[in-house]
Design a protein around this ligand. Sequence first.
Ligand code: NAP
Length: 359
Amino acid sequence: MAPQSVLRATLLVSFSVLLTVLLGFGLPALLNAAMRLAGLPETSVTECIVVLYAVFVLYVATPRIPRGLLEVKGKAVFITGCDSGFGHALAKHLHKLGFTVFAGCFLKDKGGEGAKELEDFHSDHMKVVQLDVCSDEQVNQAVEFIRSNLEERGLWAVVNNAGVSTFGEVEFTSMDTYKQMSEVNLWGTIRVTKAVLPLIRRAKGRVVNLASMYGRMGNAMRSPYCVTKYGVEAFSDCLRYEMKAWGVKVSVVEPGNFIAATGIFTRDIVAATAAKLWSEAPPDVKEDYGKAHFEHRVALMRSYCNSGQKDVTPVLDDITDALTSKRPYTRYNPSEPHWWIRVQVMTHLPGAISDFLYF
Ligand SMILES: NC(=O)c1ccc[n+]([C@@H]2O[C@H](COP(=O)([O-])OP(=O)(O)OC[C@H]3O[C@@H](n4cnc5c(N)ncnc54)[C@H](OP(=O)(O)O)[C@@H]3O)[C@@H](O)[C@H]2O)c1
């Protein structure tokens, strides 16, 4: 999430120019050879280039191709983590669209504001349930509640949204922190999915899992979060293959940076996390890394508070598409262009190139 320095930005732009020049000269030569091999006239190379370019532009720039919409009426969706952020906004959005929403709230029993606001809808189609995704008991109780409140058509979907985030270099991060993050983001997603899958399988419904761009690429300081989101990606892929035979569609949503919109990272969270990291770090790690290095890293994390997109609409639109489209995508990437490009570079180019560009 580091803001690009001028040098790195220059390198990226130079790399793009180099790639364009290489493709500009290399692609015609390659296509000429392919034409010769296929016994076609080399004059069709220009047409080929135009077609390839058009396909690329279509892929990158065209709005989503309509793939048919399903009727919303009578469909119920279970969303986890509805106290705040994406989950809270999604509960309201889906309710407005006509879904019956089962909104899992972490702080319902403690009188949390987010849960209260949803309860104040006083609507038969907005049902708020207490839910800690780390608790087998609470998950089972929530599923029983859903089962007993479902209309005939069953549970159409689950949106595994509940999540927590943190930061810290590997040597500063305790095993407890890795475990706590996994408990919510990864085991929580798996626990909830397993519990509701029989209901969704019978409805030939949908599973939508909130991963992150950090489920596709790593970053310094983000290992405790990244490992959980990579896990969510792996779980979703495996489940998708298994569920194909049952007619259940599994999608992953990989948001970029929406910190400003949801407040998943605030200055208070950064300050508290930094204090914990430093106080728990082994003495030799503190000595070797030094306080100055540590403070510099923390300042970087602080600079991300209030960064990114302020409007959650792209995320809500993508989740809605995953729930209502006849042919939902496997992966959705609501993110700013520079993050989208970064994910493409890091997932498609050799590590030597992407490491050189970004680290
Ligand atoms: N915002 C971003 O930039 C961004 C980017 C990529 C991916 N994501 C992912 O999007 C999802 C939603 O994040 P957000 O940005 O909307 O953050 P958020 O506002 O903090 O929302 C996360 C929600 O999960 C709840 N939660 C935490 N622990 C829970 C538990 N054990 N059981 C049930 N609920 C629990 C939180 O409740 P409390 O508020 O009561 O703790 C909160 O309501 C997360 O999975 C996150 O990793 C976010």
